[in-house]
Every structure is written in C-alpha cells, then in structure tokens.
Design a protein around this ligand. Sequence first.
Ligand SMILES: [Zn+2]
Length: 169
Amino acid sequence: MSQSHSDVVKLVHTFSDIDPEADALVTQNPGLGLAVLVADCIPLLLSSHTCVAAVHVGRIGMTHGIIDKTLDIMEGLGATGIFAWIGPSICGGCYEVSPEMYEEVTTFFPASATSTAQHSLDLPRGAIGILRERGIDTHALGICTLENSQFFSYRRDKTIGRQAGVISL
Ligand SMILES: [Zn+2]
C-alpha cells in the first residue's frame, strides 16, 4: 500500500499493480498477501478465520483511530477471535517527541506514557491498550528497531531501509 500516516483502511479483493492509498489493508481472499512497510512505526498484523489485516501504526495513525477502524471493518465482515501481532518497532525508551506531541497522544492513550525523564512515547504499549480494550488477544514481539541493528530504524539510520510485515489468510 501507499502509506501516508492516514487513517484510511481499504478492503481489497484482488491484486493490483497500483498500490492502494491506505495505511491499513483488509482482505478475505486467501490468495492475497498483505504487507505493511515500517522503519520505526508498528507493523500490526491481525488474523482471524474469515479475514486478515496489515496495519501501519504510527503516532498519527494511532491518534486518528486506525486500529479501531480496522477492527470495525474486520468485525463487520464477521471476524471473531481476532489475534494481533505487534512486530518490531521503536520502544518507549527511545521514542522521544516534543512536549506537545507527548501531551496530545497521552491524553487519548494514557498507556503510551512513559516514566522516562524526556517526553518519550510508548506506542507499542498504547496499541496493546487499544487492542486489549477491544478484547483482542495480542502478542508483541518486544523488539526495539532502534536498539537492534538487525532491523532498520529511521531514527537511528536516517536511510530509506524498511522491514515488511506480511500476512495472508
Ligand atoms: Zn528502544
């Protein structure tokens, strides 16, 4: 997908050469693999027996409710027993933001707050909070992209490397 930190979720049925303009893809087609590209944001993969989703979760998308919107679409398609995977992403100790951004995110998602001296956001913990509130079983890998050199980190490398989270039904 062509990602832009939006809150757009698209239901896709077939392969296309044109990347959908979205930050979350959902499909019911078992022949289609969905991918999300990230370098510090969260690659969130959602599975169920009827549909799957790949979600790009960064600070902006999370604030705009992309996780809930994706779950709404999946549940609208009859998904039950949804399971969530949170892949490697920047951790709460490494993701320092401005005081304004910190205030904005932690007001809506208190779980994102950290106890570090700086204004650091814990997006994985915020995402886990949203998912648990919806009753979604969640498994977080707990790997920080900035601290682990096996993964790309935009904050660390300032290059255009990415990793992909891929899921199919
Ligand atoms: Zn870290």
